[in-house]
Design a protein around this ligand. Sequence first.
Ligand code: ADP
Ligand code: MG
Length: 398
Amino acid sequence: MNIHEYQAKAVLKEFGVPVSRGVPVLKVEDAEAAAKELGGPLWVVKSQIHAGGRGKGKFKEAAAGEKGGVRLAKSIDEVKQFVKEMLHNTLVTIQTGPAGKQVNRLYIEDGSDIEKEFYLSALVDRVTSRVSFVVSTEGGMDIEAVAHSTPEKIISFSVDPATGVMPHHGRTVAKALGLTGDLAKQAGVLVGQLYKAFVTADMSMLEINPLVVTKQGELKCLDAKVSFDSNALYRQPKMLALRDETEEDAKEIEASKYDLSYVALDGDIGCMVNGAGLAMATMDIIKLYGHEPANFLDVGGGATKERVTAAFKIITADPNVKGILVNIFGGIMRCDVIAEGVIAAVKEVGLKVPLVVRLEGTNVDLGKKIIAESGLNVISADDLDDAAQKIVKAVKEV
Ligand code: ADP
Ligand code: MG
């Protein structure tokens, strides 16, 4: 689960992490009071969306002006003008895709006098089973690009959970960033605070880009991106309350209500499969035959007719879906239950695109019979290869 920058900063602040003062703004009318509360003389108006690259992003609407999603304001009037221009308009960044994201929240914060920008992040390293830090002098930039073109500028180290952050970790960061004296000391304290926040709040990722040194000689986190481990949210009610469902894929939210493992993708063939491995294989074979899956969907081993119906509805509600492939191996799951679920769903929501069904396993004959006798326009397939070829062919003919 991701949260907004202003929420992440509020969480980090509780651990003592140095962040700027700021006020979230949801309505144009609140801009003036927020700007006055902060006092200036420099304000930054920041779009709050679950995507990075906001500073270099562009708004779709002409009314939002030429500037990007992060704007420096030098007067209260300018703050008010930016809020009016940005709020409720659509920001397109390298991370949002061409459709962009509507900006429904802004964060107005104290402007900093930046001397230098760095990069610092923490994440769970699956290889070492530890929290790893990644630091670089190349702050405020796309870190993937830095990793690609100048990998030597990225330093990383992991923290032993038995000891936590040690003084040498702080020295490593200070050295990597070329910090000495008091700034080196601040870096050591900061790493300890970030590690504590990361572990206590069950984060899976924490990215500060940029971490800056101000002209006043302070280390400060100017941006903050935080993701939490979804499997630990049950014990993080405070963090769970920060969830903003409007930032998430509506289809994924609907799927989570039915315990379906669903991930929306960019292709045009909707897939309904049981078992994550079979779902991956199904996506692979669709690609092998030259098409792209519209989603990953694992209905699970013990799916009921209701869950199958819900899954089918989610797939058909996706306007990108030009064809559907149902691929079920009936082990714990019975093929007749799947068949009934599919038919119930088709009767309820209609079927505007070709549907290929491949059933195998327990009660397969009964399942096939139910589909054959349903009178619905369903293409039956015998194996995975046959199914993939049939759906790709059917989609091409549409
Ligand atoms: P994003 O990464 O989405 O573009 P950032 O929060 O990193 O958004 O902001 C982009 C840039 O704007 C930063 O690299 C920094 O140069 C500048 N910036 C952000 N916040 C402030 C601030 N409080 N004061 C001064 N400059 C800022
Ligand atoms: Mg940033």
